[in-house]
Design a binder for this molecule. Sequence first.
Ligand SMILES: [Zn+2]
Ligand SMILES: [Zn+2]
Length: 264
Amino acid sequence: MTGAYLPGNSTTELRTVPDPHPCHGEVLLRMKASTICGSDIRCIYHEHLGKGPEGYQGVIAGHEPCGQIIETGPGCRRFRNGDRVIVYHISGCGLCNDCRRGYMISCTSSRYRRAYGWQRDGGMADFLVAEEKDLIALPDELSYADGAQVACGFGTVYEALQKIGICGDHDVLVTGMGPVGLATAALCRKLGAQRIIGIDIVPDRLELARQLGLCDFALSAGPQNVREVLDLTSGRGVERAVDCSANDVRRPIPTARLPEGRAA
Ligand SMILES: [Zn+2]
Ligand SMILES: [Zn+2]
């Protein structure tokens, strides 16, 4: 089969490698979609910057895989041939405290914690061997491309929103309307947020957020934003704010005085 590797000089190498086979507790997927995450660009594509959990080990790239099972290894308990599945992007040991709580991302096993596309082969290939415990059933109403975006991007956003809780009492501010910000707004909409305010510096992203009906207000980024948000919320500020800009705030942004416990 053909697999894509990222040598770290802003290129992609396509190599011919042997077809993989599933061992105990593993499945073989025919890949259908595998999206590119910002972390791949930041940490692997241009140069290999990552260390430890972010260290790229020269494997087939792609940590947002989605595909169809075509073979199951011995010991598989739930999934069968023909099932459409998302692969959760990090494979944990399954036995440490964090894995048992569902946080494979913070698995403490240095030997068995391996992210697809970083420390073990990922989705940028014709086939992928994945552990059955890392699979999530892909509902019929979602496409494979949808599923690939759930594997890391949407899934990460969903977990963050679960942590802070979103409900109909909340006005939500989303700063940064790239893929992660759009996912945040989409999920907040479905979770019943009252009003959603999006901010971005790129006009096209704001337009997309408007077209998709994800934001009630889409604002151009600038020092006027605090005042705008306060005006839109009767001076209260928002109940929840999610930063999806990845902007390292080094300069203090001019702020208006906010009521105790409010974020703007
Ligand atoms: Zn990712
Ligand atoms: Zn673990």
